[in-house]
Design a protein around this ligand. Sequence first.
Ligand code: AMP
Ligand code: MG
Length: 494
Amino acid sequence: MTKFGPDSAGFDAGLRWTNSFSQLGEAFFVALQPTPLPAPYWVGHSKPLAQQIGLPDDWSASPDWLQVLTGNRALVGTVPLASVYSGHQFGNWAGQLGDGRAILLGETANLEIQLKGAGLTPFSRMGDGRAVLRSSIREFLCSEAMHGLGIPTSRALCVTGSDAPVRREVMETAAVVTRVAPSFIRFGHFEHFCHHDQHDQLRTLADYVIDQFYPECAHDTRFGSNRYAAFLAEVTRRTADMVAHWQSVGFCHGVMNTDNMSILGLTIDYGPFQFLDAYDPAHICNHSDTQGRYAFGKQPHIAYWNLYCLGQALMPLVGEPEYAIAALETFKEIYPRAYALRMSAKLGLAEPVAQAGPLIEELLILMAADRVDYTIFWRRLSHWARARRMDDPSVRDLFLNRPAIDAWLLSYSELFKHVPQGLAADLMLQTNPKFVLRNHLGEQAIRAAQRKDFSGVSGLLEVLERPFDEHPQYAQYAGFPPEWAASIAISCSS
Ligand code: AMP
Ligand code: MG
C-alpha cells in the first residue's frame, strides 16, 4: 500500500506563509495534521484563483499538489490547525462547535487555505471529519459562481476525490474542497469567547480582526469613538449588503446559523443552498429546515437576528448598550437601500427612483403567483427592454396572468419617460445573469463525476465564472429546469 501521511517528507511549494491566525494563541485552535485519503484524483480546479494565490502554472497536473490538497502530505511552512467556535443553530444556542472537518493549512498572499473534509478534529463531535463528493462539488461550483456574480464569498481552489467510502443516507465517496478566504472567522468565534467569559481572548480576537480587516474602525468617531461598536456597524453593513445581493439573484443559503456567518460579510459554508428556479419567497431549500426558518424571503430578517447575536457577544468590549444598538440599527437603513439599488439595476436603472419600489413589489407578487422562473425572467426582460415592444411575447409568455404582466410591462416602459438618464440596457445584461448554479445542473455534473467523468464540473465552472456572457455553446445550462429538479432534496447532511 502507498504510504501517505504527514510523516512522509513535506512538500516545499516555495510560497511565503504568514499564518497569522496561528499566532493568536492556544485558546483559539488545536494544531493537528489532516488525515490522509487513499488514491486521490482531481475533480475540478479554478485557474484564476490559482493565479491569484501564486501557484505555478502546472500545479493542477502536479502529484505533489494533489497529495497536499488532499491532506496526504504536509506543506512546508504551514501550521495546520482546527479552530474553536460556538454558535446559534436554528435559533437555539448550540454550544461549542468548531472546525469539525475543516483544517486551516496556513495563510499566503493574504489568503487562508483550508481543507474541508480532511479528517477528524477535536471538534468533530458525532461527525466523521469527511465531506462527500456530491457536496464538495456543490461547494466548489457555488463558491466560484458567487464570485462570478460579484457576490462576496469564500472561494474554492479545487476538489480532489478518493474512492474511500463515506456513510451518509447512502454510501458515498470522500472528497476534499480547498477553500480560500482572507479569513474563515465567524460570528460564532466571538460568541464562543463571550459565552465562556474569556474576555481577554474576545478582545484579542476583535483586535486581530479589526487590525487585519477593518483598520478604519480604529479611527471611527461614530458611536462615541468606540472601535468595537464601529466594528459591529461595519460587519452589519457588509452583511446587509451581502444579503441584499443574495435576494437580488435569488440565492437561498439554507443554513444561516451564526456559526455559518462570516465576520467579513462573505458567503460561507455552502450546504443545502439553492438558486431559485420558480420565484417563491416562502421557498425552503434545506430539507432539514422543517420550520422554514431559513426560507428565501426570511433571509434579511435572519441576518439581522444573527447580527444581534454578534452584538451580544461583543458587549463585554463595547460596554455601552446604546452604542451596540445604534450600530445594529443601521441595518434597517442599509439593507433596504442596498436591496433597492440592486433591484433597480435589474430593471435597468443606474440609480433607484421612487417609482421603482412599487413596480418591483408588484412584479414579485405576479411572479410568485405564477411561479415564474426567476433567472429566465430577468434575462428575458434585459433583452425585451431594449425595444420594449408590446408585441414581443418573450416576457409575457412566462406568465399565466397575461393581462397583469401586460399592464406591468406598460408601467415599466412608462417609467423610463421620467428617468432622465434613461434605461441602462447594458447594465441589465451585466446584472441579470444568464447562468446560475441551479440544483439540477449541479446534480447532473455530480452524477457524471461519480462515474469519473468530470467534464460537467469543468463545463459548468466555465459558464459560472462569467455568468453574464452568452456562452452560446452552453445553451443547455440556461434553460428551464426539468420536472425532476423539483424532487431533488438537499439536507444538512454533506
Ligand atoms: P454545518 O452546518 O455544515 O456548517 O456544520 C455545523 C458543525 O458541524 C460545524 O462545526 C462542522 O464542522 C460540523 N460538521 C459538519 N459535518 C461534519 C462531519 N462530517 N464531521 C465532523 N464535523 C462535522
Ligand atoms: Mg458550518
